[in-house]
Design a protein around this ligand. Structure first.
Ligand SMILES: [Zn+2]
Length: 487
C-alpha cells in the first residue's frame, strides 16, 4: 500500500525592516517540483531534510517548490503576490495531499503585510483544507498567534549559528506523518516576551540561550513532542514583536501553554546576559590582530551583514585596513553592481574607482586603486557548516588587489562567512592575516579555529548589534532593551 502523499514546499526570506534595499522577484531563486528535490538533495536545508525523512518513513514526498532569497528589506507587494500565487498554483496541481510540510523563515514582511509568513500559511491552508499542515521556521522567526492558529504543528531550528536546518525539516516531517497516521494529535501553544537579543547574545553553543535550550531538551519527552525557542531577529519593526517559546504536545493544550510560559520565564531573567561580546573599533581590532596568533583573524562587520538583511555595501573597512594594516594580508568585500561591471574585461589592469555606498543611509563610497586580479560570475556551492551544499551566486564579481589587500566586489550580496565564497574568487581565507566577513555569527561555525579570537566591529549599519540605536514605530512598548529601566 502506498504511504501518505505529503507535499513539501519552501518559501524563505528574512526581512530586515531597517534595510533600505527592498526584496524583489529577481532576488529569488525558484525551483519547482522534482527540480527542487534534485538540486537540494543532500544539502543542509529543511527541504532536503523533510524529503529524505518522508521517504525513510514510507511516505510519498511530493516536492512542490523551493524559493529562497537572501535576507534584505521588505518584500515588495507584487513579489509577495507572485510567491503566494506560485505556492497556491503548485499546491492546486499536487492535490490531493494527505499532509503538507511548509518551510518558512518566520520573519518576512511584505509591503504592508507585517505577518507575511502567516499569509503564506493561510494560502496553503485554504488550498489543502483540514489535512495536517506542519511548518518549520528559522530560530529568528517572529512567531505570531495567527501562525499558531493556522498550522497544526510548528518547529524551529535549535542552533545559533544555524547548523541544524536539515534536521529541523526532519522534525516537522516526522510530526506531519505521525499526525496523518493518527499516532499523535498536536496541540500547540506560544508564550512571548517583549524582548530583543543581539545576534551574538542568542548563541546556543554557550551562554544563557544554551542553558535554556538544554532545559527545553530535557522537557521534550513523553507527551511533549517538540519545544522551540525563537529569540526573534532584532531588526524587525512589527507589531507582536518579541521572543517566542513554542511547545507542541500530543493533545494537551493546557500542558503546552504552561510549559511554554515556564520556559519563557527562564529566558526573561537572563536577558541582561544576552549581549554582544567584544565590540571593537576598527583601530582596536587591528591592534588585536597583532597581539594574536590566530590566522586568519576574523573581524565581523555585523552591522552591514547581508545574512541579516543589510545590503553589504559599506566600504569603510577598505579605508581602515589601508590606514592600520598595509603590511597584513587582508581579505574584504563590498557590494557594488556598478563597480563590478566597470571591472569587466579589466583583468590585469590597474583601476581606480569609487566602491560601496550604493544604498546610501549609513554607507559612504570610498575610492580604491588597484589591479583587477580575478573576475567572474556564475553559481557555486557553499561548503561551511551553515547551508552546506547550498547553491548560490554573487552575480558578477571582481577582485581588486591593492598591495596586500584583496577586495571582493560583487553585484549581488556575497556570503563572506563561508570559505567557498573566497575560494570561488580565487582567494584562500586560511592564508590571510585578516578576514573581514559580513556576518553576525555564521563565521563561528564556518571558521571554528578562528572563532574564539574573532571580534565584532563597532560600526553603524542596518543590522547593528547596538539595538538601542534602532527606532521602532510598530513594535509593542515597553520593549527590552529600549525601555529597560521600566521593565
Ligand atoms: Zn536565522
Amino acid at each position: 500500500m502506498a504511504g501518505p502523499r505529503i507535499g513539501v514546499a519552501s518559501l524563505v526570506q528574512e526581512t530586515n525592516t531597517f534595510s533600505p534595499k527592498p526584496t524583489v522577484r529577481e532576488d529569488y531563486t525558484v525551483l519547482l517540483g522534482e527540480d527542487a528535490s534534485r538540486s537540494l538533495a543532500g544539502t543542509n536545508t529543511e527541504f532536503a531534510g523533510a524529503v529524505a525523512l518522508l521517504e525513510e518513513m514510507g511516505a510519498e514526498a511530493t516536492p512542490l517548490l523551493a524559493a529562497w532569497a537572501l535576507p534584505s528589506g521588505r518584500v515588495t507587494d507584487d513579489t509577495f503576490e507572485y510567491l503566494a500565487g506560485l505556492l497556491d498554483r503548485e499546491l492546486a496541481r499536487a492535490l490531493p495531499l494527505d499532509g503538507l510540510v511548509l518551510s518558512l523563515h518566520g520573519a518576512m514582511v511584505a509591503g504592508s503585510i507585517f505577518d507575511a509568513d502567516a499569509a503564506l500559511i493561510e494560502v496553503a491552508r485554504r488550498r489543502v483544507g483540514s489535512v495536517p499542515l506542519g511548518v518549520c521556521l528559522d530560530l529568528h522567526a517572529n512567531v505570531t498567534e495567527r501562525m499558531v492558529e493556522l498550522a497544526d504543528a510548528m518547529v524551529g531550528y535549535h542552533t545559533e549559528p544555524h547548523i541544524d536546518m536539515a534536521s529541523t525539516g526532519e522534525r516537522i516531517a516526522r510530526l506531519v506523518v505521525r499526525t496523518v497516521r493518527g499516532e499523535v494529535a498536536p496541540a500547540m501553544a506560544l508564550a512571548k516576551r517583549p524582548m530583543l537579543v543581539p545576534a551574538e547574545g542568542m548563541r546556543t553553543d554557550m551562554g544563557p540561550m544554551a542553558e535554556v535550550r538544554s532545559l527545553a531538551d530535557s522537557r521534550t519527552a513523553g507527551p511533549v513532542l517538540d519545544v522551540s525557542l525563537f529569540p526573534v531577529q532584532p531588526w524587525l519593526d512589527v507589531p507582536e514583536l518579541g521572543l517566542g517559546v513554542l511547545v507542541v504536545t500530543d493533545g494537551d493544550l493546557t500542558g503546552a501553554g504552561s510549559l511554554a510560559e515556564q520556559i519563557a520565564g527562564e529566558v526573561w531573567p537572563r536577558r541582561d546576559r544576552m549581549t554582544t561580546p567584544r565590540l571593537m573599533t576598527p583601530e582596536k581590532a587591528f591592534w588585536a590582530v597583532r597581539e594574536s596568533d590566530f590566522r586568519p583573524f576574523v573581524m565581523a562587520h555585523t552591522a552591514d551583514c547581508p545574512t541579516a538583511g543589510a545590503p553589504g555595501d559599506d566600504p569603510v573597512m577598505a579605508t581602515e585596513a589601508a590606514r592600520h594594516a598595509p603590511d597584513l594580508v587582508v581579505l574584504h568585500s563590498v557590494l557594488d553592481p556598478e563597480a563590478s561591471r566597470r571591472c569587466r574585461g579589466q583583468m590585469g589592469e590597474r583601476v581606480r574607482l569609487a566602491v560601496g555606498g550604493v544604498f546610501g543611509e549609513s554607507a559612504v563610497p570610498v575610492e580604491v586603486e588597484g589591479v583587477v586580479t580575478a573576475a567572474g560570475s556564475g553559481a557555486y556551492r557553499l561548503t561551511g557548516r551553515s547551508f552546506t551544499g547550498r547553491q548560490v551566486s554573487m552575480g558578477e564579481w571582481a577582485v581588486i588587489t591593492t598591495g596586500n589587500h584583496h577586495l571582493l566586489v560583487s553585484s549581488v550580496p556575497s556570503i563572506t562567512a563561508d570559505p567557498a565564497t573566497w575560494r570561488h574568487a580565487g582567494l584562500e581565507p586560511d592564508q590571510a592575516d585578516v578576514l573581514i566577513v559580513r556576518s553576525c555569527s555564521d563565521y563561528r561555525a564556518n571558521f571554528p579555529g578562528s572563532a574564539p579570537e574573532a571580534v565584532n566591529l563597532d560600526l553603524p549599519g542596518p543590522s547593528t548589534p547596538r539595538l538601542e540605536h534602532l527606532e521602532f514605530k510598530h513594535a509593542p512598548k515597553p520593549l527590552y532593551p529600549h525601555d529597560r529601566e521600566v521593565m
